[in-house]
Design a protein around this ligand. Structure first.
Ligand code: ADP
Ligand code: MG
Length: 697
């Protein structure tokens, strides 16, 4: 019996409960989800090399016989070292593995082994460290180590080899039923789903990869379109509360703010306030580069809703961001309304501009249920079962593309949008900094109305950006210390290496210790990473925001929306690892009060490609341009994943797949107009698992 894509992952041989738990942590619970765990690039081992010709630095695949294998404990570093000698008849190559003592039970002298990895060198000569390996019999194909080898994002506690085996099994045993009408597939020249899945994981060549990507990316975009179109159909039949524009109140509040709205902000605010005056629920996207002042615009809508005794909610993708929004809301409009903060670890409540210390979750939930809390800011913790509103009239979602299927599923379950038929639905405002060209945004988001903030608040100076090599590090820190001495603040960002964040935590902790003992000894330096508790994160952020900390060493957690008024320096370690648009986002974190700010891109890679990428960030100050270059410059066998696009739902599709987007949009219209297709598609597992939710796109 073939398995369906919906079968639990534990149905595969070799996936025990321990493995199932680890896979579940990153969202792989079914066989279908395993097949949707796409590689992000491929290593090309298609050239099987001979050991005699091995060259330092080359990535290669060798097949030979194991002459010797032995594990010992390295006395100084207390770790296991497994060494082997591989002989392919032309020469011998040393292999080394660390902390895998079980290898000697697995591999024996005389075994034939296929290994793949990078040829390095140490005191004893050429060596391959931690190679991927596979035992081969003469007839066996060597799947993990020859040809185009897929590279997956690592999963904590699961070796790449185990992961490949799981996916192989999933591909072999499952029978993916194509959820699309044959006519849609054929008219667009797309691959059948089963072929696309096989090819994306086990391609024969680079052309396979692109064809597979096209099909799977089409599916992602189609799901997005279907969801969008259905939501709109549904919403056009519903009613929201009409929110009157309180002009005097709004003017008074604006007069208290330390700045004047820009023309763009004014226009966007006006569009939103117009929308919510209608009983037709608003569906609007507010787009503006990092720091363009979207939050300020949203606040005016929140304020007007509260002024009419309705409730409003602001949903943020991280605790740090939620709590920052809470604080700025309290400062900006807290005199006029009650505001709550609800995240997994924190609940605060503010009335008349006073934050009443920490409240319990129950207290806050009660305030929401009775309507005593008029505006609530929160993370997805807001979507828990226990939270309900008295009369929610506006939902604002910040960085909305970050919210994936799972969170939207929660929203759906909450029935925020699907209260009983005669109940009101809230107006909906999404905010995003993702730089999508307007014409494309309209295609992607369909009838969702679009407000764009084009110009930055005046007085903001372009950030001076420099690519810095390792030997210029001292000079850079000397410069930074001078700025710190005048009261300015700096971020040091270390890259996120591992999905589970474990390695990143280690890297950032090491860098923190190195800096506090070295270049930044005597300065107030804080550490922030994803594994810290919400309360601890908050404490560190507060200390940084209030200036008690001068430097913040952090992993990628600071990427989104954080606003630190005094920060003027952004140091990015191993900058070559980041997407260009992402680097631009980081850069947008500094100099937010019109100070001259600096961004230093550190990298010890001196290959021309890394250099060219960093130079682009130095040269261009435009997120859209940079995102385009990133895509244009990706290497063969490199997929352009969601890290770069920032869309939680788009793994293989990008916002630059213009033709695919248009094609998917047309397909969505066709499918919804055809009764049979509509029924089949909307009952397919693909639709069910990927997009039951009707939160607007
Ligand atoms: P975004 O969410 O678009 O990245 P924010 O709304 O966080 O940007 O605004 C960035 C910073 O700029 C905030 O500190 C905000 O107070 C400030 N700001 C917003 N609008 C203006 C303006 N018109 N003039 C000056 N500063 C502004
Ligand atoms: Mg923001």
């Amino acid at each position: 019996m073939p398995l369906t894509l919906n079968a639990p992952i534990s149905a595969l041989a070799g996936v025990g409960s321990a493995m199932a738990t680890k896979l579940a942590k990153i969202g792989i619970k079914t066989i279908g989800q395993a097949t949707a765990y796409y590689p992000f690039r491929y290593d090309d081992f298609s050239r099987q090399a001979v050991i005699a010709e091995a060259r330092l630095g080359e990535v290669a695949n060798f097949v030979g016989t194991v002459d010797i294998i032995d594990t010992r404990r390295s006395p100084r570093r207390k770790m296991y070292l497994t060494e082997a000698i591989l002989n392919d008849g032309t020469g011998q190559l040393r292999l080394v593995w660390f902390n895998q003592p079980f290898l000697t039970r697995n591999i024996h002298e005389g075994d034939r082994l296929s290994v793949a990895g990078k040829v390095g060198q140490d005191l004893l000569g050429l060596v391959m460290a931690s190679p991927q390996y596979e035992k081969v019999s003469q007839a066996d194909e060597s799947r993990h180590t020859s040809g185009l080898v897929p590279i997956y994002r690592t999963i904590s506690g699961v070796t790449p080899k185990q992961l490949r085996t799981v996916i192989d099994q999933a591909l072999r045993l499952a029978e993916p039923v194509d959820w699309l009408p044959a006519r849609i597939i054929n008219s667009r020249g797309l691959l059948p789903l089963a072929d696309a899945l096989t090819d994306i994981h086990r391609p024969q060549d680079l052309i396979n990869i692109e064809e597979a990507r096209q099909r799977l990316a089409f599916d992602e975009l189609l799901l997005l379109q279907l969801r969008g179109q259905l939501t709109r159909q549904d919403w056009s039949n519903r009613q929201a509360a009409a929110i009157e524009f309180k002009e005097d109140l709004t003017k008074q509040v604006l007069a208290d703010w330390p700045f004047q709205l820009t023309d763009d902000q004014r226009r966007c605010a006006w569009q939103i306030l117009q929308d919510i005056q209608k009983e037709q629920p608003m569906l609007r996207l507010l787009q503006g580069d990092v720091g363009s002042g979207k939050t300020a615009v949203a606040m005016l809508a929140l304020l007007n809703v509260a002024a009419q005794s309705y409730q409003a909610a602001l949903l943020a993708p991280s605790e740090v961001l939620a709590s920052q929004h809470f604080q700025s809301l309290v400062k900006a409009i807290g005199q006029r309304c009650s505001i709550g903060l609800l995240t997994r670890t924190q609940q605060y409540f503010s009335q008349a501009g006073q934050i009443a210390g920490k409240v319990t979750k129950k207290q806050l939930v009660d305030h929401l249920a009775t309507g005593d809390c008029q505006i609530v800011v929160g993370t997805q913790a807001l979507l828990q079962e226990s939270v309900s509103f008295n009369n929610l009239a506006l939902l604002v979602v910040d960085e909305q593309q970050r919210f994936g299927v799972e969170q939207r599923q929660l929203l759906l379950n909450k029935k925020l949008f699907h209260q009983s038929d005669n109940e009101l639905v809230p107006h909906f405002l999404a905010m995003t900094a993702t730089p999508i060209p307007r014409s494309l945004a309209l295609t992607l988001y369909g009838d969702l109305n679009l407000s764009v903030i084009k110009k930055m608040p005046s007085g903001r100076k372009p950030v001076i950006t420099k690519a810095v090599s390792n030997d210029q590090r001292d000079k850079m820190y000397q410069f930074i210390r001078q700025l710190l001495d005048t009261g300015q603040q700096a971020f040091v960002v270390c890259p996120l290496i591992d999905e589970s964040d474990k390695l990143a935590v280690k890297a950032v902790t090491v860098e923190f210790e190195r800096l506090t003992a070295g270049e930044l000894a005597g300065y107030q330096v804080g550490l922030l990473h994803g594994r810290m508790s919400g309360a601890n994160k908050q404490m560190v952020m507060n200390d940084f925001a209030t200036g008690r900390l001068q430097v913040l060493v952090a992993t990628a957690v600071i990427e989104l929306g954080v606003d630190i008024p005094g920060a003027t320096v952004m140091v990015i370690e191993s900058a070559e690892r980041f997407g260009l648009a992402q680097l631009h986002q980081y850069r947008g974190r500094v100099g937010r009060r019109g100070q001259q700010a600096y961004c230093f891109l550190l990298s010890d890679q001196d290959d021309p490609l890394s250099k060219r990428r960093l130079e682009a960030v130095v040269k261009y100050n435009d997120g859209q341009q940079l995102a385009k270059l990133d895509l244009a410059w990706r290497g063969p066998g490199e997929l352009y994943g969601r890290e770069q696009t920032g869309f939680a739902d788009l793994h293989l599709a990008t916002i630059f797949d213009q033709d695919l987007i248009i094609s998917a949009k047309g397909a969505a219209v066709e499918i919804l107009a055809n009764e049979l297709w509509r029924k089949n598609v909307l009952t397919s597992p693909a639709w069910q698992t990927a997009s039951e939710s009707l939160l607007p796109q």
